[in-house]
Every structure is written in structure tokens, then in C-alpha cells.
Design a protein around this ligand. Structure first.
Ligand code: ADP
Length: 314
């Protein structure tokens, strides 16, 4: 195939997680980099992995790509084993380091890579899609940082991937280059591609991510949409001891209110904040002999969530 196939929307009934990670453990000698991590990435969604340095994001991504074996646990990517033949031609990977041949022009490089795939998009059309002139005579090493990132994204899109893995795709880009790249990634998602993204750029996450998973110390410490994690919609938040009986708390509130433990000991109550609800939350905690700390209307920022996760990292 030599045309651009902009993916396809999943048909009803086939929607399920594109990636399933169950109880993943990866050890480097005595270091436990990933410590029993379970997560999913849904089809046609952008799932962002966030967390402080050393949290285990890159290691997780490497296992999902099939570049690194798991010490234990189970990973299914598009229903198959990562790194297997069934998966290799259906995924695109854009890693932070490398991925370009320095003395090749963009079109030469993509044309070379295209030969590695039995079925692929048309290289010059892909370059146009990401905003690079296919006829440019500039070699990839002389392109600006933003242009290089876009050529790498085009390379990752060559196999018309059903699943796209992007490690820090906007690192070092100026605001316009970042916006262009985010638009290109968002367009892929909208045409049906499932995307797993790691980034430190929280504004990218707010712009693009359907789902956010925060990792610290090799474990998941928060999982939800941006608005669920930050409580950006109508919400109140409070802290208490981890593992509260949320069914019991919800029963003490009007039926329309939902309660979630967004990370250990950090709770968000979704629903319109009112003085009565705030009082009901503290009364319920008092009845259980618990302190409700940091009781607040609305929100914690994503930045605060990641900073807290880093502070609590073992
Ligand atoms: P992140 O991408 O979130 O910064 P990493 O997956 O790179 O985290 O690292 C997780 C942990 O594993 C860190 O403690 C890191 O020092 C360690 N680590 C990563 N790669 C190796 C390696 N090749 N050998 C030994 N330890 C490693």
C-alpha cells in the first residue's frame, strides 16, 4: 500500500483496551524500576504517562515496545506479545534519542525506512502532513529541533500504526512547533490511532490526553482524565488515610455525588460544591475518627500532583 491511510474509527464491539499491562515488574539487578504496575490504554485515545524522573516511565515504554523483557507480569499490545511479528508492523515508535540518519535528507530517510515495511504510507505525503517540505535538500542533522521531531513523527507514522508510542515528543520545541506537532498527533488519535505518550510538558497533557496515568517509584499513584485528577469540573478534594470505604462515604452524600481516591490518601468528590456537602464530608470523617485534611473546593493542578508524587517516591 502506498497511500496515506488515516487509520479508521473502531466499529462498535471491537473497542477495548489497545494495551493491557498486568502486574508488570522490571528489575535492574537490585533496582526495582517497575513494581507491579497494571494499566490499560484504550483504543483511539491518547494515554499520557507522567511522573518524576526515575519513576519507571521509560522502562515501561521499553517493555511495551518490545525492547526490554519484563522480569514478571503480562503485557498484551493489540492482543499480542510486544515485540512479536503480529505487533511489530502495527506500531509506530518515536523515542527521544536517535531515530534520524544525520546525512540523509528527510525524504531519503523516510523512503529508506519505508522499505522495511511491507505496507506503508507514502513518505512525501507524510512529510507534508507534519509540515516538512518533501523536496528540501537540507539533511536531517541541519534541521531545527522542531523539524527533526516532526521528521521523527513522520517516521513513526510510516507503517500507518494502530498504536503509536511517543517518548517526550515535544521536548525542546518552540511554542509554534509544539502546537503543530500536537495538532498532528491529535489528528492521528481522531482518525483512530491509540497513542501512549510520556512527557514532562503538562500543557501537552492538558491539550491532548484523554487519560493520565501518574507513576512514582514504579507504581501507579493516580489514574483518570485530567479533569478527574485535578477536579477541574465541579469537585471538592480532601486528604485522609488511604483506603477509605468510599461506598460508605458516597452513601452519606446525595446520590449524584461520586467519590474517587485519585491516589493513596487523596480523595476527590465530584459534584457541585456546597457548604452542606463540605460539612457532610467532614462529619463522615469525624464519625470514623478520621481527620479530613486539605479540604478544598476544586483543585489541584497536574503539576502539584506530579510534584507530590515525586516527594512521596520511595
Ligand atoms: P523514568 O523514565 O520515569 O525517568 P526509568 O524507567 O528511566 O524512569 O528508571 C526507573 C529506575 O530504573 C530508576 O531508578 C533508574 O535509575 C533505573 N534504571 C533505568 N535504566 C536502568 C539500567 N539500564 N540499569 C540500571 N538501572 C536503571
Amino acid at each position: 500500500m502506498s497511500s496515506i491511510e488515516l487509520g479508521r474509527a473502531p466499529t462498535p464491539g471491537e473497542v477495548g483496551p489497545a494495551l493491557i499491562v498486568e502486574n508488570l515488574v522490571v528489575r535492574y539487578g537490585a533496582t526495582v524500576a517497575v513494581d507491579g504496575l497494571s494499566m490499560t490504554a484504550e483504543t483511539s485515545q491518547v494515554t499520557a504517562l507522567l511522573g518524576p524522573n526515575g519513576a519507571g516511565k521509560t522502562t515501561t515504554v521499553e517493555v511495551v515496545c518490545g525492547l526490554r523483557p519484563a522480569t514478571s507480569g503480562r503485557v498484551r499490545l493489540l492482543g499480542a506479545e510486544p515485540g512479536s511479528r503480529q505487533v511489530a508492523e502495527r506500531i509506530g515508535v518515536m523515542l527521544q534519542q536517535g531515530g534520524l540518519y544525520p546525512t540523509a535528507r528527510p525524504l531519503e530517510w523516510l523512503t529508506y525506512l519505508a522499505r522495511l515495511y511491507p505496507s506503508h504510507a507514502e513518505p512525501s505525503a507524510l512529510l507534508e502532513l507534519v509540515g516538512i517540505d518533501p523536496s528540501t535538500r537540507t539533511t536531517t542533522r541541519r534541521l531545527s529541533g522542531g523539524e527533526q521531531q516532526r521528521v521523527k513523527l513522520a517516521a513513526a507514522l510510516l507503517p500507518n500504526p494502530e498504536f503509536l508510542i511517543l517518548d517526550e515528543p515535544t521536548a525542546g520545541l518552540d511554542p509554534l512547533a509544539r502546537r503543530n506537532l500536537l495538532e498532528a498527533i491529535g489528528a492521528r488519535r481522531d482518525s483512530g490511532t491509540s497513542i501512549l505518550l510520556t512527557t514532562h510538558q503538562l500543557s501537552d497533557v492538558e491539550t491532548l490526553a484523554d487519560r493520565v496515568i501518574v507513576i512514582a517509584g514504579g507504581r501507579i499513584v493516580a489514574d483518570g482524565t485530567v479533569s478527574e485528577l485535578t477536579g477541574a469540573d465541579d469537585a471538592m478534594s480532601f486528604g485522609s488515610r488511604p483506603g477509605l470505604d468510599l461506598t460508605d462515604l458516597a452513601a452519606a452524600l446525595p446520590a449524584s455525588y461520586r467519590v474517587r481516591e485519585v491516589r493513596a490518601g487523596s480523595y476527590v468528590v465530584h459534584g457541585p460544591p456546597t457548604p452542606q456537602i463540605m460539612a457532610a464530608i467532614t462529619a463522615w470523617c469525624a464519625q470514623k475518627g478520621l481527620m479530613a485534611t486539605d479540604l478544598a473546593v476544586g483543585q489541584r493542578t497536574l503539576e502539584q500532583i506530579v510534584i507530590d508524587a515525586g516527594l512521596e517516591q520511595p
